[in-house]
Design a binder for this molecule. Structure first.
Ligand code: HEM
Length: 409
């Protein structure tokens, strides 16, 4: 209100001065007075502009912090989801309600919840010796993951509505916010769709392991990565805008733009490797061929094309899925290394050099974690770090490409 009245007062002053000037010019009166009043006009204009600028900056910051909270919370959900899967807790809650399941309070309510779980394949085929206390542990894990997801919805919706109503969101940002909202809702629904695939009566053979579909797991993880990436990109737009640099030579400009293309491709490959990792996780393919770099003394394992039709091997055969993940992981590291080496030779904004350094560090750490996960038969802390590492690696690639956003055309 205060800003608006100040803006109105300044506009009135500006109009008064303009009218007076016109009148005085018509009457050929003192030119010096006009000069003085024109400088007053310039001051008033500057004041108006500064006020609008400050308002925009304040809005930018508010929206930026909100987006940063949302993306941080999505990161947290991915970590929590990974631990939920690795501790085999994901199938403990056999019902889903949009606004939240009831937390059992009495011993009798816990017994009822446990009895429900006992109707499903995971208990019947794998966990028939589980005690109520063990059940409570996996149930709380899944409950925490679901409640965290709901909290993301609330943190997105409530401050988001406030920022929208108070006009802190620009027009393009409003479009993005609608997309983010749709993705958050889709992520929740997809989570339940994934869990349902592990509750179905589709596990017949003695050797079958009741678990969720690897396709749905990869989609759930993939969508979380997409949502996180978009939120992070918008956060950077608001809190850490890309720097502009001047490049005079056409050839140097072209080389820098080529570097940007290469950085985007590397980011794409990191994403693809992460999705292939979800297939490894979904099929428990980290528990076959626990050697590196060879797979049981062979570079290409014998059963890599064992399934028919052949195409099925890429998403259903644990050997092929792990083999592909190794190839993709090491190729990604190769690309990151070349990208870093190229960054030494290109003219880039200052922070892009830092981002390239962090990227190569994260790349080597991620591959080391992947190999350790494999060699040590997928222990929960190492595998969970490998999963979080993939999101940190992707974040660094997003930061790097964001820094390159304003390279001269
Ligand atoms: C840039 C490189 C890499 C990225 C971005 C990446 C990413 C991922 C992701 C996202 C997962 C899924 C985790 C989950 O959902 O719990 C995964 C799983 C896995 N990755 Fe990687 N990975 C990379 C390299 C490697 C390498 C080189 C190896 C070993 C040779 C490896 C071994 C594994 C194993 C064994 C799993 C399964 C762990 C589990 O069951 O939870 N990764 N990876």
């Amino acid at each position: 209100m205060l800003q608006l009245s100040r803006f109105c007062a300044l506009s009135t002053l500006r109009n008064t001065i303009l009218t007076k000037n016109a009148f005085k010019i018509r009457n050929f009166t003192s030119l010096t007075k006009i000069k003085h009043q024109n400088s007053l006009l310039a001051v008033s204009r500057r004041l108006v502009n500064n006020n609008v600028g400050n308002d925009t900056k304040k809005s930018q910051k508010k929206v930026g912090y909100w987006l940063a909270t949302c993306s941080g919370m999505v990161f947290g959900a991915v970590v929590l989801g990974g631990v939920t899967r690795l501790t085999e807790s994901g199938l403990s809650m056999v019902t889903w309600k949009l606004l939240g399941e009831k937390l059992p309070r009495t011993e009798q309510e816990w017994q009822q919840e446990f009895a429900k779980y006992q109707q499903y394949p995971e208990f019947k085929m794998k966990n028939h010796n589980m005690t109520l206390n063990e059940f409570k542990l996996i149930w709380y894990m899944e409950y925490a993951h679901r409640q965290w997801g709901r909290l993301i919805g609330a943190v997105f919706l409530i401050p988001g509505t406030y920022l929208w109503i108070k006009n802190h969101l620009s027009k393009p940002m409003k479009v993005r916010v609608v997309i983010f909202g749709a993705l958050i809702a889709a992520q929740g629904l997809l989570g339940w769709y994934m869990v349902k695939s592990g509750l179905e009566d589709r596990f017949q053979a003695q050797s079958d392991v009741p678990r969720v579909s690897q396709y749905r797991l990869a989609s759930h993880l993939g969508l979380a990565f997409v949502l996180y990436s978009l939120l992070l990109w918008s956060t950077l737009d608001h809190l850490l805008p890309a720097e502009t640099i001047q490049i005079a030579s056409g050839a140097i400009k072209k080389a820098s733009r080529g570097f940007r293309m290469f950085a985007h491709s590397t980011k794409g490959l990191i994403f693809l490797t992460a999705i292939s990792g979800a297939f490894v996780a979904g099929l428990d393919a980290g528990l076959v061929y626990n050697s590196f770099p060879k797979m049981a003394d062979r570079w290409i394992p014998e059963d890599v094309m064992a399934f028919k039709p052949k195409l099925m091997n890429f998403t259903e055969n644990p050997t092929t899925v792990q083999f592909d993940h190794r190839i993709l992981g090491t190729s990604t590291l190769g690309l990151i290394t070349v990208l870093w080496w190229l960054s030494r030779k290109r003219v880039l904004p200052r922070r892009a050099y830092y981002a390239a350094n962090v990227l190569i560090l994260m790349g080597y750490l991620q591959v080391a974690l992947g190999i350790t996960t494999l060699l040590t038969y997928v222990p929960v802390p190492v595998a969970a770090s490998h999963q979080s590492g993939s999101l940190l690696l992707l974040s660094t690639a997003i930061w790097l490409t964001h820094e390159l956003k304003k390279l001269p055309k």
